[in-house]
Design a protein around this ligand. Structure first.
Ligand SMILES: [Fe+2]
Length: 456
C-alpha cells in the first residue's frame, strides 16, 4: 500500500459504460445462467397467483392475498396446493396461534395498509415472480444430442421464493431460500427444486403459515414495527416460535467450501445442503464453523483459488458494526477482526479481496431507527448527506490498526466483480448503483455501471 492514502478520484471512471437495469430479472439481484430444461409432462406446471385465481373462478386480475383467512391459509395457498413434496399439518391450530394470526391480519389491514407498490405482493409476486413450488427429482427428456457419460456434476442456484402467501407486505428479498438444480450423471439429467429447511421454514411449517415478520417489508413505520415486534414477542412467549436458532432465509447464494455445499443469507448462519445420488436436495443443518461463527455471514464470501482460504465478514446493528474474518482451507475459522472505525451500521452486502487486501464498501444505505421513529419510514434507508467510503485492510490483519478509509463520492457498490494489486496500487472493479435512494424501494428505477476504482 502506498504511503499516500488519498484516493485519486479522477481515476474513478466507467469502463465500457454498458448501463443495465438493476431490476430483478430472476428472484435475486444476481444474474444467473439458466439452463433451458424441457421436462417431462408429469412435472407439474408452476402457476402464478393470477392463473390460480382465474382457475378458481375468482375473476380477479390479482390474487387477494390480504383477505386470506389465516386458519385456512395452507389449503388456499397457491404454493402448497399443487405441491406433493411438502406436507402441511392437518391438525387444527391452537387457539393462541389463531389469535396471533388474527392480530397479524389486523396489523396488515389497519396499521400497515395500504401497501406500497414495492412491497405489495399482488405486484411483486405477479407473473414471472409468482411463487414456485417444490419439484421432486424428475428426469429431463433428451431433446437433442447426448450428454457425455463422463460428465458428473450439478448446476445449482439459490433464490428467494415465499413458502407461504404473505399476509402483509412482501419485498422480493423476503422469500424463503429455494434451490433449483440440474444433476448430470451417466448421460442423464435430473431436475429438482427444494426449499432450504431453515429454522424459520420448519417452524412456519409447524405453524401452518407465516410467523416471522418480513425484514424488508415489515418495519416501514413505527406503528407497524412496534405492532409486529410485540406480536413476535407474544408468539415467542406463547411457545409459537423459538428464535434461538435464528430466523434467516438462506435465500441469497450458494457456497462450496471444504467439501460442504452451503446456502447463504447474510442475516443468519450458513445452512449445509446435500445433493443425493438421485439428484434430490436435502438440508443437513445450520453451520457455525465449530461454534466460532456468530449471528451471520455475508452471502458473498470469497475463496482464494490458490490458497483455498475463505474470506468473509458479518455485519449488524451492534458494534463493531463490521467483523472481518477468514477460514483455513480445512474449515478452521480465525477470530473476528472487529472494525470499530465504522461508526454507523450500513448495508454491506459484498466486498472484494486482492492478494494483499480486503476492500469494504461503507455505503449510503444505513440503519437509522430515527428515520422510522420520526419520519415514519424504514429503519433501513438512504442517507444522502453521507459520503460513501471504501475501507482497505490487509487481508491477514489481526486487528484494524492499519485499516484505511477513502471517501468515494457517488460510489455505492453492492456487488464487486474483482480486485487486484498493481505494485503500490489497488484496483477494484464493482457495480455502482444509482440513484442510491431507490436501491431498496424502487428497484426498477435503479441502474448500475461497472466502474473501476484505483487507489494510488
Ligand atoms: Fe447479492
Amino acid at each position: 500500500m502506498a504511503a499516500n492514502c488519498s484516493i485519486n478520484l479522477s481515476s474513478v471512471f466507467n469502463i465500457p459504460t454498458r448501463s443495465y437495469s438493476h431490476r430483478l430479472s430472476t428472484r435475486h439481484a444476481h444474474p444467473v445462467l439458466v439452463f433451458s430444461v424441457k421436462t417431462e409432462e408429469k412435472l407439474p406446471a408452476v402457476k402464478s397467483p393470477k392463473e390460480k385465481s382465474a382457475a378458481n373462478g375468482a375473476g380477479s386480475q390479482s390474487p387477494d392475498f390480504k383477505s386470506t383467512p389465516t386458519a385456512t391459509l395452507p389449503s388456499e395457498n397457491p404454493i402448497n396446493a399443487d405441491s406433493s413434496a411438502i406436507s402441511t399439518p392437518s391438525r387444527p391450530l391452537p387457539l393462541a396461534a389463531v389469535l396471533c394470526n388474527a392480530v397479524d391480519d389486523l396489523i396488515n389491514n389497519f396499521i400497515d395498509n395500504p401497501l406500497r407498490p414495492s412491497v405489495d405482493p399482488r405486484i411483486v409476486l405477479a407473473g414471472n415472480f409468482a411463487p414456485a413450488q417444490e419439484t421432486a427429482p424428475v428426469a429431463c427428456p433428451k431433446v437433442e444430442g447426448t450428454l457425455p457419460a463422463c460428465v458428473d456434476g450439478i448446476y445449482i442456484r439459490n433464490g428467494p421464493n415465499p413458502r407461504y402467501v404473505p399476509r402483509g407486505g412482501h419485498h422480493l428479498f423476503d422469500g424463503d431460500g429455494m434451490l433449483h438444480a440440474v444433476r448430470i450423471k451417466d448421460g442423464r439429467a435430473t431436475f429438482c427444486s427444494r426449499f432450504v429447511r431453515t429454522h424459520k421454514f420448519v417452524q412456519e411449517e409447524m405453524a401452518g403459515g407465516p410467523v416471522v415478520p418480513n425484514v424488508f417489508s415489515g418495519f416501514y413505520s413505527l406503528g407497524a414495527a412496534m405492532a409486529r415486534g410485540a406480536l413476535l414477542t407474544a408468539r415467542v412467549a406463547l411457545g409459537l416460535f423459538n428464535p434461538s436458532n435464528g430466523a434467516g432465509l438462506a435465500n441469497t447464494s450458494l457456497l462450496y467450501f471444504n467439501r460442504k455445499l452451503m446456502a447463504l443469507g447474510e442475516s443468519d448462519l450458513p445452512y449445509v445442503m446435500k445433493v443425493t445420488q438421485a439428484g434430490d436436495i436435502d438440508t443437513v443443518g445450520r453451520y457455525d464453523f465449530d461454534g466460532k461463527l456468530f449471528m451471520g455471514m455475508t452471502a458473498h464470501p470469497k475463496i482464494d483459488p490458490e490458497t483455498k482460504e475463505l474470506f468473509a465478514f458479518r455485519y449488524g446493528p451492534i458494534p463493531p458494526f463490521l467483523n472481518y474474518f477468514r477460514v483455513s482451507p480445512a474449515g478452521e475459522k480465525e477470530p473476528d477482526v472487529g472494525i470499530l472505525s465504522m461508526l454507523q451500521p450500513s448495508f454491506i452486502h459484498d466486498f472484494a479481496i486482492s492478494k494483499q487486501y480486503a476492500i469494504f464498501p461503507d455505503t449510503q444505505i444505513v440503519v437509522n431507527p430515527m428515520d422510522m421513529i420520526v419520519g415514519g419510514g424504514s429503519p433501513i434507508g438512504c442517507d444522502t448527506a453521507k459520503v460513501p467510503r471504501l475501507g482497505v485492510i490487509q487481508r491477514y490483519a489481526t486487528d484494524e490498526s492499519a485499516m484505511k478509509w477513502f471517501e468515494v463520492p457517488g460510489f455505492n457498490f453492492f456487488h464487486s466483480l474483482n480486485a487486484w494489486d498493481e505494485g503500490d496500487e489497488i484496483v477494484l472493479i464493482a457495480a455502482n448503483s444509482y440513484p442510491v435512494e431507490h436501491v431498496l424501494e424502487r428497484t426498477h428505477l435503479v441502474h448500475s455501471t461497472v466502474e473501476k476504482v484505483r487507489k494510488i
